[in-house]
Design a protein around this ligand. Structure first.
Ligand SMILES: C[S@@+](CC[C@H](N)C(=O)[O-])C[C@H]1O[C@@H](n2cnc3c(N)ncnc32)[C@H](O)[C@@H]1O
Length: 239
């Protein structure tokens, strides 16, 4: 517990893609070596291609976990012109990646993280790990963590200057419920506040919900080279 670690996202999926991808590639090569039949040879190439796609996605998730997530955090935090007295909310904070990163920009402000700490969504996911990370990063007095669902936040309307969220909203099932989380973000964001949401699925759906709720969508686009993996980020402001 005495080392800072922000976890691997969707660890089961990352492991399965990498292991099954490697196995499928091996089966494809084996088939092409053992078969003299042209049809089976063509099938074996197809199998190798499919296996390679799975394998590359698994490796990309690993690269994201060790490097890309920190680059994505830094990019998201750099989009805010910090004054130090912001009230900041991180939706689905996990082990505190964005909540702690934001707290380092604050003087009198507060950085709040909410989560339900699901272990399938993030390795070693627990509120204790989040608090330990905040202590190790020297920001414990600037943060607050709460066990809350993104779809029903306890905060009053117009509470936060900045709202951030990374790889959380896609986890909400069924998909229609993701809209509730976006509407809660729109509700608790202060006028002139900024919300920046990153996810591995295109953020156009979230952008539409924000726009319908009256927020201004500044941008919604991919950042694959920053994350070393699938990543879209939407940035919105409230009038
Ligand atoms: C892939 S992790 C990302 C954690 C963190 N944002 C990061 O980038 O390291 C997704 C997080 O969303 C949380 N989560 C999933 N559904 C949620 C919900 N309905 N409300 C709040 N948090 C949720 C999970 O518990 C998990 O900590």
């Amino acid at each position: 517990m005495n080392k800072i670690h922000y976890g691997f996202d969707a660890p089961g999926i990352m492991r399965n893609l990498t292991v099954f991808g490697a196995l499928i590639i091996a089966v494809g090569f084996l088939l092409s070596f053992l078969s003299a039949n042209l049809f089976l040879n063509n099938i074996s190439y197809f199998i190798v291609v499919v296996g390679s796609i799975f394998f590359i996605l698994g490796v990309a998730m690993f690269a994201y976990g060790i490097k890309g997530k920190y680059r994505t955090r830094d990019l998201m935090l750099s989009k805010i012109k910090w004054t130090g007295n912001e009230n900041m909310l991180d939706i689905g904070t996990g082990q505190g990646l964005l909540m702690i990163g934001a707290a380092k920009h604050l003087t009198t402000g507060k950085s709040v993280g909410i989560d339900i700490w699901s272990s399938k969504d993030l390795s070693d996911n627990s509120i204790h790990r989040t608090l330990a990370n905040a202590e190790l990063e020297g920001v414990k007095d600037k943060i607050e963590v709460r066990n809350e669902d993104a779809r029903s936040l306890s905060f009053e309307d117009n509470s936060f200057d900045v709202i951030l969220s990374l790889l959380c909203i896609h986890n909400i099932e069924p998909k229609v419920e993701q809209e509730k989380a976006c509407l809660e973000i729109a509700r608790v964001l202060k006028p002139n506040g900024t919300a920046i949401i990153g996810d591995y699925i295109p953020t156009t759906g979230y952008a539409k919900v924000f726009a319908n709720a009256g927020l201004r969508v500044k941008s919604s686009k991919p950042y694959f080279t920053t994350a070393y993996a699938l990543m879209w980020i939407v940035e919105v402001t409230k009038n």
